[in-house]
Design a protein around this ligand. Structure first.
Ligand code: NAD
Length: 312
């Protein structure tokens, strides 16, 4: 006999991966999940509610949650029966790209407040109940940028590296309580996330940045980034599908990359622990052999290395 539905709390559900994931879980044909789909601004719940359709009010409820606010977290949890969350998905996140010299410390701190401390705040809130019940699953939407750095994404990558270190450390203790952690690591995903960011930065001035760096950012990084998204980017539905699979697994893995087309690049880090191989190849492809980068992206875009969705 099927057990009681598991309560899944997801942050950042007004758009992108969070929205797709909330709807997929709520529409599970076996009704295994009771989804609490949260967002900072309830004024933006229209798209989620429309996508949820008949699941709304049954297997999916919408709640307010700002991951940067202690009060908001307390209030959101108090609306859940027994404050018992079985699966927590830390999805809310913000990006930041641009030359370091032109970014304020306050802007950088906001990235860490949301991406890193936002996840930590939620985990601290749900952990006592998970430990008491000796069960739980914490999913963190990290990124391939939590595994390796990308030019002009220093602060965003650092926030994802911080998540990787934090949750890998925590996973060891939590295994003792039968609580699993999974770091989901998508490559580029075609959501508002990158589009909005790239549009903003293409107009920004980045005061205090030297002419060479600005030129590298605008003439090398931005076009390459657009091309990478176009050729190897996944749809948010693809990432949501990978997360659904991880949540349904009896022994979830600590890490799960979602995009087979990106794994060649992440494999470089494992292949050479000195780091030279990845840095040299990334530098070479961007600055010295742009035609080779173009060829590689065309090869990947044509589907040669296999499926775009991983795991299937
Ligand atoms: P998105 O912009 O559609 O979703 C991010 C969500 O987080 C938004 O709904 C936003 O409102 C919410 N959010 C931001 N600050 C918040 C706060 N303080 N409290 C609550 N919610 C807040 O973009 P997405 O691509 O769906 O991003 C989801 C996650 O995936 C992020 O953690 C992002 O870092 C990660 N990711 C995205 C990509 C990509 O290329 N889009 C790649 C790898 C990882």
């Amino acid at each position: 006999m099927a057990g009681a539905p598991r309560t899944v709390l997801i942050s950042g559900c007004s758009s992108g991966i969070g929205l797709e994931l909330a709807v997929r879980l709520a529409l599970d044909p076996r009704q295994r999940y009771q989804v609490v789909a949260t967002m900072r601004d309830l004024g933006k719940k229209g798209a989620l509610e429309a996508a949820a359709g008949e699941a709304l009010g049954k297997t999916l409820t919408v709640a307010q949650l700002d991951v940067c606010s202690d009060e908001s977290v307390v209030q959101c949890l108090s609306s859940i029966q027994g404050e018992e969350v079985d699966v927590l998905v830390n999805n809310a996140g913000v990006g930041l790209v641009g030359p370091l010299e032109g970014l304020s410390i306050a802007t950088m701190q906001n990235v860490f407040d949301t991406n890193f401390f936002g996840a930590v705040r939620l985990v601290k809130a749900v952990l006592p109940s998970m430990k008491r019940r000796r069960q739980g699953h914490i999913v963190v939407v990290s990124s391939v940028m939590g595994l390796q750095g990308v030019m002009f994404n220093e602060v965003y990558a650092a926030s994802k590296f911080a998540l990787e270190g934090f949750f890998e450390s925590l996973a060891i203790q939590l295994l003792q309580f039968n609580i699993f952690i999974t770091l989901v690591e998508p490559g580029p995903v075609a959501t508002d996330f990158e589009g909005k960011l790239l549009e903003q930065v293409s107009r920004a001035e980045f005061p205090g940045t030297d002419a060479d760096t600005l030129c590298y950012f605008r003439d090398i990084y931005l076009p390459a980034s657009r091309e990478i998204f176009r050729s190897v980017g996944q749809r948010p539905q693809d990432v949501a599908q990978a997360i659904v699979k991880v949540i349904g697994s009896a022994r979830p893995p600590l890490r799960r990359q979602t995009n087979a087309r990106y794994t060649l690049l992440t494999a470089l880090k494992a292949a050479d622990p000195s780091g030279r191989l990845y840095v040299r190849i990334a530098h070479g492809l961007l600055f010295r052999w742009p035609r080779l980068l173009d060829l590689c992206l065309r090869f990947l875009a044509c589907g040669c290395p296999g499926t775009r969705v991983w795991p299937r």
